[in-house]
Design a protein around this ligand. Structure first.
Ligand code: DC
Length: 230
């Protein structure tokens, strides 16, 4: 008998801990982890490299057909602290898309219809006939509306800014706490306020506030709950 597949959709704002948590839950449950933000980052990187402004929706929409993006589990020499291996037209860009300005670029280009259309379709293909945990901003609402488990991960602005700051220090970019707070607020406003697929909890989503919780506590809670639903 074919094994039943299942989908876990995690949404939430920047700094809520989605990537770290989703990757660990995927390891515990032995399922595929899909980081959809990485795809929007790859689009931002490609446009920047080709001198296309992130504000130029028309040019970006036209040039999307030039991009092939893949996501895979890191293997061999790729096991270097990354959560996922991302290729852009065959080149490994896993670290380059993590640079601070790529988060901002991804947040801008992800507002455009053509970009969302292409990436949502790619994400849906990835989740066909396979168990996945997918995280982003519109997973429960748009990409996988039939997911068995939908989670909205959240945390206070100060806490999310603190995490972002920690992350950027690890990546070697120095920003101030004030700049991190401002960045979180700007991205929240853009992603919750955009016309297409704005960030919001999916209907019936489990609202999980991670303020004050450790990563292990969040992962344990999710695994416990999901195991009960399988
Ligand atoms: O999760 P992240 O910071 O890597 O995502 C980068 C940007 O991509 C985020 O600011 C908004 C956008 N994004 C989106 O619009 N929809 C998704 N499903 C995932 C990310």
């Amino acid at each position: 008998m074919a094994k039943k597949t299942f989908q876990i959709a995690i949404d939430g704002p920047v700094g809520a801990g989605k990537s770290t948590v989703a990757k660990l839950v995927a390891e515990r449950l032995q399922i595929l982890y899909v980081d959809t933000g990485a795809m929007y980052r790859a689009v931002a990187l490609y446009m920047k490299r080709n001198g296309v402004s992130w504000e130029d929706e028309e040019a970006i929409s036209q040039r999307l057909s030039e991009l092939t993006i893949t996501l895979s589990r890191p293997v061999d020499d790729q096991v270097d602290g990354r959560n996922v291996t991302v290729t852009l037209n065959g080149e490994d860009v896993s670290w380059e898309i993590r640079k601070a300005d790529m988060g901002e670029g991804a947040s801008v280009v992800s507002q455009y219809q053509a970009v969302r259309k292409k990436l949502v379709s790619l994400q849906q293909q990835l989740a066909t006939n396979i168990s996945v945990i997918m995280e982003g901003r519109d997973i429960g609402t748009k990409v996988l509306p039939k997911a068995q488990t939908k989670i909205y991960l959240d945390a206070g602005v100060q806490e999310r800014a603190r995490r972002k700051l920690e992350q950027s220090v690890k990546l070697g970019h120095g920003i101030t706490f004030e700049a991190a707070v401002k960045d979180v607020e700007t991205r929240d406003a853009r992603e919750m306020g955009r016309k297409i697929d704005p960030l919001r909890p999916a209907e019936g989503a489990w609202m999980l506030n991670t303020t004050g919780l450790s990563i292990t506590q969040v992962v344990d809670r999710i695994v416990e709950r999901v195991s009960g639903e399988l």
